[in-house]
Design a protein around this ligand. Structure first.
Ligand code: NAD
Length: 276
């Protein structure tokens, strides 16, 4: 595979480009995930709330690939932050996926108003100790809640999965991740089709210069910054195209030009994690 892996703070490593299956119909998930695995993806990102973990599991079994060769992430939903609920939710996800261990288990949202994210984090620490999951991390944590769970437990998440793309590059969290040794993962790496990102002049001119597609340029920008990107597509050609971004190398000037697309808080396309 052309995709390199990056080290995690727990001694494991993670392929830098993964295939995301948010909003992928459960009925087609096994088929498109199978296409992604045949194309060469070795990292799949799903979640309990996507309702398609069993399709991912089927694709893994049908692929004939060794279990150790594919990195599988799933996530704990907001309704199961209480200790016993979190343990049970992880066991259910393992069953749906048909796996004995999850490579990376994430708290999907901090949901600060529920006030149970620290209890959930302690449950994930226990799940790792019990061997049900190999690495643990979080998603959609505002900085204060991220700092709080580290301070309270001494356990630093291996990754933090957040909305991140050139219009919303998340400088503050990325700096905190660098301080703590947390790998940043981008969800909505292509902007989720919610903006004109893939038609932006800076992106399209870099794409033209390389004979690449705008999506490939955006993904190459994530990779150049050491970020793990999780693009989603159910279109066969785009599944292949997005993976090939791993072979696209941008110049320092091109990276800087794309860095310049930052739109500040207005660049956010999805839910603000502190509002939940
Ligand atoms: P994305 O930025 O990957 O955008 C996906 C959309 O971009 C596709 O539906 C398609 O319309 C378009 N697209 C894909 N490839 C393209 C190409 N080559 N050319 C042109 N258009 C293309 O957004 P996403 O799916 O929301 O995010 C990716 C993954 O991140 C998800 O599948 C999921 O795994 C994860 N995610 C996590 C959270 C979270 O809360 N942790 C939230 C959203 C997504």
């Amino acid at each position: 595979s052309p995709v390199t892996s990056v080290p995690l703070n727990d001694g494991r490593s993670i392929p830098q480009l993964g295939y995301g299956v948010f909003k992928v119909d459960p009925d087609v998930t096994a088929d498109v995930t199978g296409q992604a695995l045949r194309a060469g993806y070795r990292h799949i990102d799903t979640a309990k709330v996507y309702g398609n973990e069993s399709g991912v599991g089927r694709a893994l079994r049908e692929s004939g690939l060794d279990r150790e060769d594919v990195f599988v992430t799933t996530k704990l939903w907001d309704d199961a932050h209480a200790h016993d609920d979190a343990i049970a939710a992880c066991e259910t996800s393992l069953q749906e996926l048909g796996l004995e261990q999850i490579d990376l288990y994430l708290i999907h949202w901090a949901a600060p108003s529920q006030g149970k994210y620290l209890e959930a984090w302690k449950a994930l620490i226990e799940l790792r100790e019990r061997g049900l999951v190999r690495s643990i991390g979080v998603s959609n944590f505002p900085l204060p809640q991220l700092e709080e769970i580290i301070e309270a437990t001494g356990v630093v998440p291996a990754v933090h999965q957040i909305e991140l793309h050139p219009y919303f590059p998340q400088h503050e969290l990325r700096e905190a991740h660098a301080r703590h040794g947390i790998v940043t993962e981008s969800w909505g790496p292509l902007g989720q089709g919610k903006s004109d990102l893939l038609e932006n002049e800076v992106i399209t001119s870099v794409a033209q210069a390389h004979g690449a597609s705008p999506a490939q340029v955006v993904l190459a920008w994530h990779l150049a910054h050491g970020i793990v990107a999780l693009p989603k597509s159910v279109t066969p050609e785009r599944i292949v195209e997005n993976l090939a971004a791993a072979e696209l190398e941008l110049s320092a000037d091109e990276i800087a030009a794309i860095d310049g697309l930052d739109r500040g808080p207005a660049g956010r396309g999805g839910t603000d994690p502190s509002s939940k």
